[in-house]
Design a protein around this ligand. Structure first.
Ligand code: NAI
Ligand code: MG
Length: 396
């Protein structure tokens, strides 16, 4: 196999330490690659007025594979206030570089697996009928449409006249908002297209077929959001009937799903949803398998793919002399990258090493010990970020 170049984007806060840990594990597993380090995040917003510089975009276009730590994002006004003095007042508006990257490169398929690590003290438990404690084995893969829905950025406060007039052609708008002054209205559009809805559904069904999952659950709200959620469910029904008859198609509403996942999470396999509900349901399932220290993800387009933990930059832990955060989410994301580029054996070796470390229970980061994060956790027995990475390496 030819040597790959990986675009490594540490980003902000704990992004750099978890990425460093992941690259160390990749090397130890024998994955030979060149790493091009690329700029992204808050520092570049402040210094250059652009959190996703063109040079980073070029590197991704060239090398196609990105490994990404995390970034800091802040609301519009706070962002404007932190710009370098020479950039202030130029009308620069902050936009999240991750959302930007997903849209620019059409990374429309987001995959977030949530699988129980046996022995993880953070695993979800529940009480059984006899009062006993049960620990269901969760093995869910969420397919989240990554570029449309409420995150597409089509939104207005005090919408332009044309938009307002167009909305007034809708009966429900007239009835519910017809008397509200225009400047008191904010609108965020929820747009689904057949092309991208079809792509995320197909990705979900294919994953189910090739990985032994018996069901695909569309997790939306078609009974109320009839056009967008309704279109997704209808397309899923057609696709299942015509192309994936061996896979059961289930339909849950996002609100009910958030309740069911604390009752019978082991019943679900592949879950597919639009951008917003996919974000919600994947955080819900991540909570059952240990939370942000364990939640990994892939953002896949037709050409380019970016792999990242779902956690953010955790600024409060960013400047610790010895980093305490859990690198497993980032390392598991790196494993998803290995699978994507055909390095299955190396991915599986690392995944097995992670599982062994967790089930042995000798090396645990502060989150696994249910400690409150502070520099003291290390002297109270928690493993540092790098000690966890080294323990995984030792298992390899
Ligand atoms: P966060 O995910 O950075 O941290 C929330 C809390 O989760 C932390 O305080 C910590 O207790 C825990 N946590 C996160 N990662 C962990 C790890 N690897 N090991 C152990 N514990 C971990 O979310 P928060 O605090 O809401 O946001 C901080 C910044 O990150 C914000 O600026 C936000 O916009 C940004 N963010 C970026 C994301 C990304 O880069 N993909 C995703 C989410 C938030
Ligand atoms: Mg989220």
């Amino acid at each position: 196999m030819t040597k790959k170049t990986i675009v490594a984007m540490p980003g902000d806060g704990i992004g750099s330490v978890v990425l460093e840990a992941a690259i160390k594990v990749l090397k130890a597993a024998g994955f030979e690659a060149d790493y091009e380090f690329a700029d992204i995040g808050w520092e570049f917003w402040k210094k250059e007025g652009n959190p996703l510089p063109d040079r980073t975009i070029e590197l991704l276009k060239k090398h196609k594979i990105g490994l990404f730590g995390a970034i800091t994002s802040k609301p519009k006004d706070a962002a404007a206030a932190e710009l370098a003095p020479e950039l202030q007042g130029k009308g620069l508006v902050y936009a999240s570089p991750i959302v930007g990257m997903r849209q620019l490169f059409d990374l429309d398929i987001c995959i977030r697996p949530c699988k129980t690590y046996l022995g993880n003290p953070l695993n979800f438990i529940r009480r059984g009928a006899a009062g006993n404690i049960e620990e269901p084995f969760v093995d869910v893969v969420i397919f989240r449409q990554n570029t449309e829905c409420l995150y597409s950025g089509v939104e207005w406060s005090n919408p332009p006249e044309q938009v307002y007039e167009a909305f007034k052609t809708h009966k429900a708008f007239l009835k519910n908002f017809g008397n509200v002054p225009k400047d008191e209205i904010s609108i965020s559009a929820r747009i689904f297209t057949k092309k991208y809805t079809g792509r995320i559904l197909r990705a979900a069904f294919e994953h189910a077929r090739h990985n032994g999952y018996k069901s695909v659950t569309v997790c939306e709200k078609p009974n109320v959001i009839r056009e967008t959620s309704g279109m997704m469910y209808k397309m899923a029904q057609d696709m299942q009937r015509n192309e994936y008859p061996e896979i059961a198609l289930w339909n849950t509403n996002i609100d009910a799903q958030m309740m069911w996942l604390t009752k019978n999470p082991e019943d679900y396999g592949v879950i597919v949803a639009g951008n917003m509900f996919g974000d919600i349901v994947s955080d819900g399932f991540a909570g059952l398998i240990g939370g942000l220290g364990f939640a990994c993800s892939a953002n896949l387009g037709e050409e380019i793919a970016v792999f990242e933990p779902t956690h953010g930059s955790a600024p409060k832990y960013a400047d610790y002399p010895v980093s305490i955060v859990n690198p497993i989410a980032m390392i598991a994301s790196a494993c998803m990258m290995l699978h994507h580029i055909g390095e299955k054996a190396k991915a599986e070796r690392i995944e097995k090493a992670i599982a062994e470390i967790i089930s042995e229970g000798l090396v645990k980061t502060y989150d696994m010990l249910k400690m409150t994060g502070s520099p003291d956790v290390i002297k109270n027995g928690a493993a540092s970020t790098m000690q966890m990475a080294d323990a995984i390496i030792a298992k390899l």
